[in-house]
Design a protein around this ligand. Structure first.
Ligand SMILES: [Zn+2]
Length: 396
C-alpha cells in the first residue's frame, strides 16, 4: 500500500515521487500505522521496487486485501494519476470505516462515487461479492479492473474467460450488456471486452478494445461500445466444429446430455439448428449454449405436439430441475443486477418465435407451431445453422 498513518495522525503517501534518501531519513525515527487495522507497518524503500508500506511479516491486516506485487502497485499508482490528471476527486486507499473496506481508489464524480479495485491476484468469489455488496450498501459503485495478465486472447474476436474473470463482468450503464476491464501497467493500456458471447464454459466471442491510458478518458472508457463484430459467420463455423468434435468439449456435465440424446436417438453432431444460438443475455449460463438450449428442447419442446400451448413458468421449471441435478450451471455475476438468467431463457423463446417454431400468445403463454428438425448429415446441419440465424435476423 501507498498510504500510512504517522504518529501525529497525518497521512503519508508514497504515491508521489520520493527520493529514497528522504524516505530513509523519514523512516529513522517515525512509526507508521495501517489506517485500517492500526497495526505497525514497514516502510519499504527499495532500490528497484516501488516504495510502499507493508504489514510486518506474520501480522496480517484485518482487512483482507490482495498481496501487493510490483505489478499491482505500479498499476494502482498509474490509475491514481490517470484519474487525477482528468481532474477527478480521487482518494488513494481511503479507509471506509463504516464498512471496514479499503478500496484501491475512491473516485467522486458529480453524481456518483466509484470504488476502484485493481485486482491482479485471484480472489474468492464469496469475498468478491461481499466486498462489492458492502460498497453498494453505502451508495458506492464498485468498479473492478483486472490485471491484464489475466487477459487471454484466442483470436481477433475471442478470449478465454474463466469463472473468476467473469466475476468482473459489469454493466457501467445498466441495462447495457456487461463488459470486462483490464489494465496493463507495463504498456499503460486498458483492455475492454464487450458484446460478450460465450460459446463454451471457458471461451467467449467478444469485441476487444485497447485504449492507451493517455488518450482515453474515464467517461469514454465506461461508455457503451456501439461497434460490434461479424459474430454470425464466426458462430456458425464454431458450431460446426463443435458438431464435428463435440467429444473434445465433453465435460462431466455433458455426460447426462449425451445419454439423453442417445435415448432419443439424436446423434450429438446432429442437434437441431435451434440448439446453440447466440443471445444478448446468453452470458448468464456457464453451461454452453449448445447444451442448455438443447435441454429445453429435450425436456419440453421436442415431445410437445404442434398446436399445444405452454407457460413460460414450465420452461423455467425445466431449467430449475436441470440446475438442481447439476446438468446446468448458472454464472455467478455479482456486479449485474438489471438482468437475471430468466432473461436469457425468454430471449431463447423469442428466438424460437422469430424462426417460426413458437408463437407468443400472451406475456406468459406460448404455443408450439412448428416441428423441430433433426439434420440428417453434418453438411446439412451447417446449412441449417446458417439459415436459422439469418432467418431470426439475429443481431447479436
Ligand atoms: Zn492493516
Amino acid at each position: 500500500m501507498f498510504v500510512a498513518l504517522r504518529k501525529n495522525g497525518d497521512y503519508v503517501s508514497l504515491v508521489e515521487k520520493w527520493k529514497r534518501s528522504d524516505l530513509l531519513e523519514l523512516r529513522k525515527d517515525e512509526t507508521f500505522l495501517c489506517p485500517a487495522c492500526q497495526s505497525k507497518v514497514q516502510l519499504k524503500a527499495g532500490m528497484k521496487k516501488t516504495h510502499h508500506f507493508a504489514h510486518l511479516k506474520g501480522a496480517e491486516c484485518t482487512i483482507k486485501t490482495e498481496p501487493e506485487s510490483e505489478y499491482h502497485l505500479d498499476g494502482k499508482r498509474q490509475l491514481f494519476h490517470w484519474f487525477q490528471a482528468q481532474g477527478y476527486d480521487v482518494k488513494l486507499e481511503p479507509f471506509l470505516s463504516e464498512i471496514s473496506q479499503r478500496p484501491d481508489l475512491l473516485v467522486v464524480t458529480q453524481d456518483r462515487r466509484y470504488a476502484i479495485e485493481y485486482q491482479c491476484s485471484g480472489i474468492d468469489s464469496a469475498l468478491f461479492k461481499k466486498r462489492s455488496d458492502s460498497y453498494r450498501q453505502i451508495g458506492i459503485i464498485p468498479l473492478w479492473i483486472l490485471g491484464a495478465k489475466w487477459f487471454k486472447r484466442m483470436s481477433t474476436y475471442s478470449v478465454r474467460l474463466s469463472s473468476f474473470q467473469w466475476l468482473f463482468a459489469t454493466s457501467f450503464n445498466q441495462p447495457i450488456p456487461p463488459s470486462i476491464l483490464f489494465y496493463c501497467p507495463n504498456t499503460s493500456t486498458f483492455i475492454k471486452l464487450s458484446n460478450l458471447q460465450p460459446f463454451t464454459s471457458s471461451e467467449a466471442f467478444s469485441s476487444i478494445h485497447f485504449y492507451k491510458e493517455d488518450v482515453v478518458s474515464f467517461s469514454r472508457l465506461i461508455a457503451p461500445n456501439k461497434t460490434t463484430f461479424p459474430l454470425l459467420p464466426l458462430w456458425v463455423r464454431k458450431k460446426h466444429k463443435w458438431r464435428a468434435n463435440y467429444s473434445v468439449y465433453s465435460t462431466s456435465n455433458l455426460a447426462t446430455l449425451l445419454t439423453t440424446l442417445y435415448e432419443n436417438r439424436i446423434p450429438p453432431s446432429l442437434l437441431p439448428a435451434e440448439a446453440g444460438v447466440p443471445l444478448t443475455s446468453g452470458y448468464w449460463f456457464h453451461t454452453p449454449p449448445m447444451v442448455w438450449q438443447m435441454w429445453i428442447l429435450l425436456d419440453l419442446l421436442l415431445p410437445l405436439k404442434v398446436g399445444t400451448t405452454f407457460f413460460f413458468s414450465s420452461v423455467m421449471g425445466v431449467i430449475s430441475e436441470r440446475i438442481s441435478s447439476k446438468d446446468l450451471i448458472i454464472k455467478q455475476l455479482p456486479l449485474l443486477f438489471h438482468s437475471r438468467y430468466s432473461h436469457a431463457v425468454e430471449e431463447y423463446l423469442l428466438f424460437l418465435v422469430s424462426v417460426g417454431k413458437l408463437t407468443k400468445l400472451s406475456n406468459t403463454k406460448y404455443k408450439k407451431i412448428g416441428e423441430l428438425q433433426i439434420p440428417s448429415t453434418l453438411e446439412g446441419s451447417l446449412k441449417m445453422d446458417e439459415a436459422i440465424l439469418k432467418k431470426s435476423g439475429n443481431s447479436c
